[in-house]
Ligand binder design. Structure first.
Ligand SMILES: O=C1O[C@H](COP(=O)(O)O)[C@@H](O)[C@H](O)[C@H]1O
Length: 226
């Protein structure tokens, strides 16, 4: 489903959709895994999400992607996300990706194991597309979007700085129960039009990946009529 609205409404609706999908997952299996990206678009949605009626002690937050910087670095996606969710999330339910350059692949395996402890996939993914159509750290025409990894991947060649990143793989994002994808801001207009193109391959516009997710919603303030 595509929802075109003014920015404030996009944030409100996205927050409601995420909350509703979390409530459904909690109803089905007593807990829910929320996967979240970084970037400027998701912060206000996460702030709004704190006003929704959700049993937060049953929700576990994982990063869908992370920049390979220390967790207290201003570029860290977790740093940004946690600043919005700290007021309402139990601290023990926040699961940052902890990278150690000494054992990169082992860090991926540890994160995979941790996710497996909570069911092995994201019940809900909150995503934001970049101006080039990337989602998480899966970039157009890049090794990351071509990856067949079942869970998480590392790259040292991301075209958007910093080049060192961790990302949920295309398969893991595709296995989400619900995906909520934002195209917020005029600079995302071309990417949104690419997303709409039924013919185009996922490799050129990774945002199209979510068309394969069981339940997916796209919210944008880039509609032609706005
Ligand atoms: O680099 C990244 O960018 C995307 C999009 O960010 P936005 O600021 O345009 O919303 C983000 O989803 C991703 O997590 C991040 O690493």
């Amino acid at each position: 489903m595509i929802i075109r609205a003014q920015r404030a409404e996009v944030r409100q609706k996205a927050s409601w959709l995420v909350a509703e999908a979390l409530r459904q997952a909690i109803g089905a299996r007593d807990l829910a895994v929320l996967g979240v990206v970084g970037g400027s678009s998701v912060g206000p949605v996460l702030a709004q999400l704190g006003r929704e009626l959700v049993d937060w002690k049953r929700v576990h937050l994982f990063m869908v992607d992370e920049r390979l910087v220390p967790l207290d670095h201003p570029d860290s996606n977790f740093q940004l996300v946690s600043s919005f969710v700290q007021p309402y999330f139990p601290p023990d339910n926040l699961h940052p990706f902890r990278y150690d350059p000494e054992d990169g692949p082992a860090a991926l395996e540890r994160y995979h194991q941790l996710l497996t402890d909570f069911g092995g996939c994201f019940d809900v993914s909150l995503l934001s597309a970049g101006a080039d159509g990337h989602i998480a750290s899966l970039f157009p025409n890049h090794e990351t979007i071509r990856s067949t990894a079942p869970f998480f991947l590392l790259t040292g060649t991301a075209p958007k700085p910093p080049p060192g990143r961790m990302s949920a793989s295309p398969r893991l994002i595709g296995a989400s129960g619900t995906a909520v994808l934002l195209f917020v801001g005029h600079e995302k207009r071309a990417a949104f039009h690419d997303y709409l193109n039924e013919e185009g391959p996922i490799e050129q516009c990774p945002a199209r990946l979510i068309k394969g997710v069981q339940e997916h919603f796209v919210l944008t303030d880039c509609g032609d009529e706005l």
